[in-house]
Design a protein around this ligand. Structure first.
Ligand code: MG
Length: 441
């Protein structure tokens, strides 16, 4: 009986928390109307799903009651892409229809709290879709690009990096030279191992383990990669900035060793040398070498990035904007990181939608502590669906100065490229060590 009473009190409290907000919105609406400044009201929320290239993209469109005023936000979680649309349509849409579209922070807080349990990738992506769409709307309302709303440019354009690989070191070096010829000042380099499922290039007959399937062994990977990186530095000189991604595939002790071994290579940064579950080992790496460290693409919760930034344990924070809930939380992360001399290098491979790439770019343009941007060069059918994306020139991304993100989505063309059939529905398979045990990837 007592528990039931508690439940009813809690339920009443929850309803009470919603009603005043709706009442306030109506009051504000009336007040603004008298000043000739009616708030746009969220009239509809739609989810666009499309797969014009290799990965499944999810983008949210928020439509207001004002003629032609709408916005787009990235909600792409490609490995579980089918789960995000219902999170938007069944849970956020009923919460937000009829609410003002110009209260971005308040809306983010309402969405974040409405599931009670929070900080998961599906729900954070759903929130990101709404959040970034509201920033787009505010920019369109103000007739300004979003970077102006963030304080304006602190740089003209943002450096981006190329990612290359090869099965042998001479091939890797040749590919880096090709990237340099295209103007890139930063290049991520990965080397394959014949028969092994490394992160990056694959090739050769599959290594046979005590199981059927792809094999990866951390020891051989580390030895081969160290030699490749040493050769790259020797043959390419000091001018090119080299990045390497471990993709969390080694043990914490191996990570400490690897970071120490690579110190003479003077990497721009070593990426994801630890998995999120082992981040306290960054303290040991920091104590033993000056190798530059980047981390964060798998983070979803403030408990993951806060200690690394406040403890000065990494050099670059590279969360995936939609995985942390959109532009609003990422902006706060950037500002927090600036206080500790940590720079930003947001996660931006092909599994970020062009809207997400653009949101990152606008944040980069307005952040003093920007480091480098991954990806952002939108080509092919993606560029036909998402028009107005950044232009690339000599290693830099230049944002459009059009209002909001400056992006329009050709929804008809997007619909002609639906998610393709795939045995794992866009999810990743497994990678095992020689003995059959699964390795993080
Ligand atoms: Mg990575």
């Amino acid at each position: 009986m007592q528990r039931r009473d508690c439940f009813h009190l809690a339920a009443a409290g929850a309803i009470g928390a919603i009603l005043p907000a709706r009442h306030l919105a109506a009051q504000e609406q009336a007040a603004r109307a008298t000043r000739g400044l009616p708030s746009p009201i969220i009239k509809d929320i739609q989810v666009i799903t499309t797969q014009p290239a290799g990965v499944r993209l999810v983008v949210v469109k928020v439509i207001t009651d004002q003629d032609g005023l709408y916005g787009y936000g990235c909600a792409t979680f490609t490995q579980r892409a089918d789960l995000v649309p219902p999170a938007v349509e069944k849970y956020l849409k009923p919460l937000l229809i009829g609410q003002p579209a110009d209260r971005i922070e308040d809306t983010w807080q309402a969405c974040w709290n409405s599931s009670y349990w929070r900080n998961g990738p599906v729900l954070n992506n759903a929130i990101s879709g709404i959040d970034e769409a509201l920033w787009d709307i505010k920019g369109r309302q103000a007739n300004m690009p979003v970077y102006q709303l963030l304080g304006g440019k602190v740089r003209e354009a943002c450096a981006t990096y190329d990612t290359v690989g090869g099965m042998e070191t001479p091939e890797v070096i040749d590919h880096v030279r090709q990237s340099m010829a295209k103007g890139f000042k930063h290049v991520k380099v990965q080397i394959g191992m014949p028969g092994m499922a490394v992160y990056g290039p694959h090739g050769g007959p599959a290594a046979k383990g005590l199981h059927e399937g792809a094999v990866f062994e951390p020891g051989p990977y580390m030895r081969r990669t160290r030699l490749m990186l040493e050769d790259c530095r020797k043959q390419l000189g000091d001018e090119i900035e080299l990045i390497h991604d471990v993709h969390e595939r080694v043990s914490p002790r191996q990570a400490v060793q690897f970071a120490k071994d690579l110190e003479p290579v003077r990497l721009f940064y070593l990426e994801d040398v630890l998995s999120p579950e082992d981040i306290d080992y960054f303290r040991l790496i920091r104590q033993q070498c000056a190798t530059s460290l980047a981390m964060g693409e798998l983070f979803n919760s403030p408990h993951e990035w806060q200690p690394l930034i406040a403890g000065r344990m990494i050099d670059y924070i590279r969360v995936h904007l939609s995985q942390v809930g959109g532009l609003s939380p990422a902006r706060k992360i950037a500002i927090l990181a600036e206080q500790f001399q940590v720079k930003t290098a947001w996660h931006g491979p092909g599994d970020v939608s062009p809207v997400g790439h653009t949101a990152q770019l606008h944040l980069d343009l307005a952040s003093a502590n920007f480091g480098v941007q991954e990806g952002g060069v939108i080509r092919g059918v993606e560029a036909e669906i998402f028009t107005g994306c950044a232009t690339y020139k000599d290693g830099f991304l230049w944002a459009s100065d059009a209002p909001g993100w400056g992006i329009e989505v050709n929804e008809e063309l997007a619909a002609k490229h639906p998610f393709r059939s795939d045995p794992l529905n866009g999810g990743w398979g497994e990678i095992r060590r020689y003995d059959g045990s699964i390795i993080q990837q």
